[in-house]
Design a binder for this molecule. Structure first.
Ligand SMILES: [Ca+2]
Length: 318
């Protein structure tokens, strides 16, 4: 339930940059249901699937969760300098295991980067939070067009990178692997970043008791989540745990309740050259490189609190 949450007087305005994606779907759900967040817009980016597919999914998800009025802008269809890669663990539709009613129509904009910039500058300095849970192409393009965007946002919360093992290569996580040049650009920019990498998000692994509760709950949202998790568990594994991890909603949870995630200051660089370690995030918390920290890096997730938060919004799962 929600009793541990402290509702702030005013919800925080959040722009979500995403590539739905099964775990993205859970992040959208959290953003819409949480009274701590005002989801002011969604931008899409090629990642888990192609841009048309993830864009349709974003629109369908918002409608399915009862908020079709949230504007969706279609963003970048290709990484900055490389060929697109898609993920396999989300299936050909990006939402494998359960197809949603198709409502997708015209976007709020076909210039997602322009929409992102307009949304940022429509807010006061330090007011808007960006949650970025796909490849960072849109954010990098926004920095190219208007570098001052970095000083205008409150914070960027990113799901990406891998301090230890990766999930697209031995060392690289999907979002950073898909567009390493964009990840490097975004981490080099002068904005406040909380970075949640696989070391953190793997701590969200779905407990079997939760999977069972979802499976036996009749509510359509619970049934859909259960079907997605069944599908996702076939292609997404978590070291040391039985269930798949919900990487993306960790970033939304970090905005809703920052106490769920502890962080340390770190300098993080992204490898953009080596064919063997492309997209690796090199984490320096000990000062080897003599560089100032550029992120607050998530270290520990309150797994129980995270699942309590998410399940608290799903009807019928008490
Ligand atoms: Ca994603």
């Amino acid at each position: 339930m929600m009793s541990s949450l402290k509702s702030s007087a005013r919800p925080k305005p959040v722009l979500l940059d995403c590539d739905p994606g099964i775990d993205d779907a859970f992040a959208i759900f959290l953003a819409l249901k949480s009274p701590e967040i005002d989801l002011v817009g969604v931008t899409t980016v090629a990642g888990n699937q192609t841009l048309p597919t993830v864009s349709n999914n974003a629109q369908d998800l918002l409608a399915f969760f009862g908020s079709p009025q949230v504007p969706v802008a279609f963003g970048e269809a290709r990484p900055l300098r490389r060929d697109p890669v898609v993920a396999t663990s989300h299936g050909l539709t990006g939402l494998g295991g359960r197809t949603l009613p198709r409502v997708a129509g015209e976007p709020a904009s076909r210039d997602g980067v322009g929409f992102l910039l307009d949304t940022v500058f429509a807010h006061r300095p330090g007011e808007l939070t960006i949650v970025a849970i796909g490849p960072l192409t849109n954010l990098a393009r926004a920095l190219e067009r208007r570098p001052e965007v970095a000083q205008h946002v409150h914070e960027v919360v990113i799901m990406g990178g891998a301090n230890n093992a990766g999930n697209m290569s031995p060392v690289a996580e999907f979002n950073f692997f898909a567009d390493p040049d964009a990840a490097a650009c975004v981490l080099n920019a002068d904005w406040k970043i909380r970075l949640l990498d696989l070391t953190l998000t793997w701590q969200s692994a779905v407990p079997s008791s939760i999977a069972q509760r979802l499976a036996r709950t009749a509510d359509p949202i619970a049934q859909t989540f259960s079907a997605w998790l069944d599908f996702y568990s076939q292609g997404e594994t978590t070291p040391g745990a039985d269930g798949p991890s919900l990487h993306d909603p960790c970033a939304m949870a970090a905005v809703i309740d920052p106490s769920l995630i502890s962080t340390v200051p770190a300098f993080v660089a992204v490898e953009t050259q080596s064919p063997w370690t492309l997209g690796e995030s090199v984490v320096d918390t000990a000062g080897y490189f003599g560089r100032e920290p550029n992120v607050q890096l998530g270290t520990t997730l309150d797994r129980e609190g995270f699942w309590r938060l998410l399940m608290g919004y799903i009807p019928g799962t008490e």
